[in-house]
Write a protein that binds this ligand. Sequence first.
Ligand SMILES: [Ca+2]
Ligand SMILES: [Ca+2]
Length: 228
Amino acid sequence: MESILSNTARQPSCLPTGVFPSRSLTMKLIKLTLFLIGFVASFSANATLIDFEGTPDALLINGYIDIGDYRVTHSGFAAYITISLGAGFSGNGTQRLISLNASTITISDITGDSFDFLGFDGAESWGFFPDKIAVTGIGAAGTVQALFDLDLIKDPLNGFQHFDVSGFSNITQLIFAGVCNTNCNPVFLDFSIDNLQLAKASVPEPNSIGLLAIGALGAAFSRRRLKS
Ligand SMILES: [Ca+2]
Ligand SMILES: [Ca+2]
C-alpha cells in the first residue's frame, strides 16, 4: 500500500502516465482499505481463558459458579475448585476444577451467545481415574464429541496435559465426562480440567464502527464525484 501511495510522487518522467494509479484511484484504494480494516476488526474473536484463578475454593454440590460470561456447573455428586488436595490427585500448582465420583462438568454461556471451544488442560485426578476425557459440544447445528487420552501419570504439580481442540464451533454448551476403557473403575471417574480456551464473535467496537462509517462516507463521496 505504501508503495502505491508514494509512486505518484516518485513517478519517473520516462514512463507513460497510465502505468500509475490516478489520484482518484488512489483515494478509492485508501477508502476501500479503511472499509476492509473496519469490516475485519468488527468480526475479530473475543477470547476467554477460564483458569479458575481468583476464585475461592468452591465445592459445587447442587450449585454453580459464574466466570465471566460462562456458567460452570455439574451433574452427579460434586465438583470442586481448588489448588489443594494432596499427592493422590493430579494438579498443576494452580486452581483447577475437579470432577468427583463420575460427575460431569457443563460450561454454558450465560448471555445465550454461541462460542468456539479451542483447547484445555486435562488430567486424571484420583485413585480409580478415567483413561479418557470425553467432551461433547451442543449447538444449533447439532452435537460434536471428541475423546482425549490421559497419560495416567498422576502428579500434584505436573499432572496435566494440554489438548488442542478443533471442530467445536458455534456451540452453546460444553460437557466434560470421564471415560473408563481399561484398568479403571467407572464409579470413580475423577478428572480435572483447567485453562479452557473459548472464543466468540465480538460485537463491533466503536473504533470499528467508526472505520465502517468512514468507508461508507468515502464510497458515497466517490459516487458523488463521479456523477459531477
Ligand atoms: Ca488454573
Ligand atoms: Ca497426567
